[in-house]
Design a protein around this ligand. Structure first.
Ligand SMILES: [Zn+2]
Length: 411
């Protein structure tokens, strides 16, 4: 089994953690910000130093390609260099730097592959500066309209288009990732499961489907002191009852179902006024669409009227479960086995570029454990040893894929 250069990977992770470093050793590297551009320039310089060809597409997504012996579609590996505000120094960048390490290891060990290897850095995965998340991969996979994306505006009133124009990384549409033999994205888990179970590597078989509803209770506003309790139409107490009811029913559905009431607004939100309306979101995720359907049925069967208040609901959005390519998952699982690293097959609860890319390229993901499950915070941490094991798995998975006749594996 081949191994990566663990020390070099650590040095590169440390180097990139300086681009946008925050006081508590996290990073703020918003998409196409000065810090992100610093990281991009360094990444480009390192790739060109290795003799790779670096191109960018019309969304500034970067591609660095090591040619293969044959003219075949690339095996693509990578992730994103941008971060949220006060994010961690592993989210995204680990996928790009392990990909770089894989290419360096292939060169160090004089492994000549038939397939070209392309390292990708997707622009604006986080959506922290310009909404939505996974913007560039969404455009690539036709989920998002590029013209609309260009108008997305940050808090300072700057559009994505303006940031793109002055970034120095805007390339042409013809450089877009159109076809590839496979895509593998290595990422931190961003959850506690691997650490909890004591596994080193997650073989990610897909991304959970989700649904988000907004539910409202409509009552009547009135004076908090003069209106007798039995003459009220109090939307807050009606909401409290509905939430308890929802929890009782959702709990019984399936152990793997997750559900969150993440936003709640009371109107008029004044302590001397009975609330005439309360609105909250219920977001739920599960890999099985039948279970998501059951969640929707529970919402649809809520009483229309409760405690003299009217109930209404609206579906805000949903996304289907994405199932990654079985063959690519298998290659990752085999690499773990051969390397003697313990692996756990799992689904991702969080969204990633791979879920969009999977719509037209055979894709899968590798997770490494997140300490305490923390992410999107400055103390996000994965041991360098675990990062390096992830890189070893990525290297061997790529080598294995390069031996296959990927023409058959391709969708
Ligand atoms: Zn990420």
């Amino acid at each position: 089994m081949k191994k990566c250069n663990h020390q070099r990977l650590q040095q590169n992770l440390e180097l990139f953690s300086t681009y946008g470093r925050t006081t508590h050793h996290g990073v703020t590297r918003l998409s196409l910000s000065r810090e992100d551009i610093q990281a991009r320039i360094k990444f480009k310089e390192m790739c060109e130093h290795l003799g790779l060809t670096v191109t960018t597409d019309d969304m500034a997504t970067m591609y660095a390609t090591l040619p293969g012996k044959k003219s075949l579609p690339s095996i693509v590996i990578g992730s994103h260099l941008d971060s949220v505000v006060k994010g961690g120094r592993f989210d995204g960048v680990l996928g790009v730097l392990t990909a770089l390490e894989v290419v360096q290891s292939i060169q160090d060990q004089n492994l000549e592959l038939d397939y070209p290897i392309t390292i990708v850095n997707f622009t604006n995965e986080e959506g922290a500066r310009f909404e939505p998340s996974m913007m560039a991969s969404g455009v690539l996979s036709n989920k998002f309209d590029r013209v609309k994306m260009l108008q997305s505006t940050d808090n300072n009133g700057e559009t994505f288009e303006e940031a793109l124009e002055k970034s120095g990384f805007k390339g042409s549409e013809e450089n877009r990732l159109k076809e590839a033999s496979a895509y593998i994205e290595l990422h931190i888990e961003q959850g506690p499961i691997l650490e909890h179970l004591g596994h080193e590597i997650g073989v990610v078989e897909g991304v959970l489907g989700m649904v988000c509803y907004e539910i409202s209770l409509h009552g009547e506003a009135n004076h908090a002191g003069t209106t007798p309790i039995n003459m009220r139409k109090d939307a807050m107490f009606a909401t409290a009852n509905i939430i308890v009811e929802l929890q009782k029913k959702l709990k019984k559905l399936d152990d793997e179902l997750v559900y969150t009431i993440g936003r709640i607004n009371a109107y008029p939100n004044v302590h001397t006024v009975i609330p005439n309306q309360v609105t909250f979101t219920l977001e739920s995720r599960h890999k099985n669409s039948a279970v998501i359907k059951q969640v929707e049925n529970i919402i649809k069967n809520l009483p229309n009227e409760l405690e003299h208040c009217q109930l209404s609901y609206e579906k805000l959005w949903d996304r289907d479960t994405v199932v990654f390519k079985h063959d690519v998952c298998n290659v990752i699982a085999e690499a773990c086995k051969d390397l003697g690293y313990s692996a756990h097959h799992m689904y991702s609860g969080a969204g990633h570029d791979a879920q969009f890319i999977a719509s037209y390229i055979p894709s899968a993901m590798i997770f490494v454990s997140s300490s305490k499950g923390y992410s999107h915070r400055e103390d996000e941490f994965t041991s360098y040893e675990n990062c390096a094991k992830g890189a070893d798995v990525l290297l061997n998975a790529v080598l294995q894929l390069a031996k296959h006749d990927l023409g058959e594996a391709a969708i």
